[in-house]
Ligand binder design. Structure first.
Ligand code: BTN
Length: 246
């Protein structure tokens, strides 16, 4: 991955640009931007991406995987970001299901995976793995996010270069991805579970039907979250439909 890498100074969103211009690129093509003017997060949210403050990149993949296993790309990305930060900075980030990486209680990285299917196809023509890591987070510029978001520098006072971090994430991603394509995901799920911050904890679930408290009990082999609500009812939450907060 990343053997062909394009760096652009400013784009709306690297995921959007890949969708519009680079879907035909070979597996492993990476688009990296210095800044994003319309960085996107999950569930239609914004991902603030000012110049010089973060790593914003999208990887093109052509995974030979059925739809239900595509969501594991998000798990691979979260684990790879953690592994890269562990190696580069000697820190132990936590994963907030499904796609957020937290350091000392602040969100430092997020992932947005998107796939494009031609009509009737059961496998994607291409998938985009969009990764955003806040290297520095300017709390004064974004007071509305000050309680939620953080940056690697702000939490550790250690800063890897963007190139080091990108290479480290891609190097961590590749072996997990090869295993996933070979049908092996047990180890990945274990690596993900061991970094989750909500297992056996009380969480608040936000669904289209409203908010409700629950306890998080497990992660399924597809990467879905098993919760038990106050009535003792067990539910499986699928990524993409809801969000949880501790
Ligand atoms: C989230 O927080 O819900 C996910 C954030 C994902 C951000 C990355 S930055 C690179 C890529 N381009 C985007 O527009 N989003 C992803």
């Amino acid at each position: 991955l990343g053997r062909k890498l394009l760096i652009e100074p400013s784009v709306d969103s690297t995921n959007t640009q890949v969708k519009q211009r680079f879907g035909n690129e070979d597996e492993g093509f990476v688009l990296l931007a210095e800044e994003q003017t319309a960085g996107r997060g999950r569930l239609g949210r914004q991902f603030v991406s000012p110049a010089g403050s973060g790593l914003y990149m999208s990887i093109v993949l052509h995974p030979d995987l059925p739809l239900e296993r595509i969501s594991l790309l998000m798990l691979i990305s979260a684990v790879s970001i953690c592994e890269a930060l562990e190696h580069q900075c000697g820190i132990w980030p936590k994963i907030k299901w499904v796609n957020d990486v937290f350091l000392r209680g602040y969100k430092c990285a997020g992932i947005l995976t998107e796939s494009s299917f031609s009509t009737g196809g059961s496998k994607p023509d291409f998938s985009i793995v969009g990764i955003g890591v806040n290297l520095k987070f300017d709390r004064e510029a974004y007071p509305e996010l000050a309680d939620i978001a953080g940056g690697i520098w702000d939490e550790t006072h250690h800063l890897p270069t963007r190139a080091q971090l990108a290479a480290s994430i891609l190097n961590a991603f590749e072996p997990w991805y090869d295993k996933l394509l070979a049908g092996e995901s047990k180890e990945l799920l274990q690596a993900y579970r061991s970094r989750m911050n909500c297992l056996r904890k009380r969480i608040m679930v936000s669904s289209p039907q409203g908010q409700y408290p629950a306890t998080c009990v497990d992660l399924t082999d597809e990467g879905n979250l098993v919760i038990i609500d106050q009535n003792g009812t067990q539910t499986i939450l699928r990524a993409g439909e809801i969000s949880v907060r501790l």
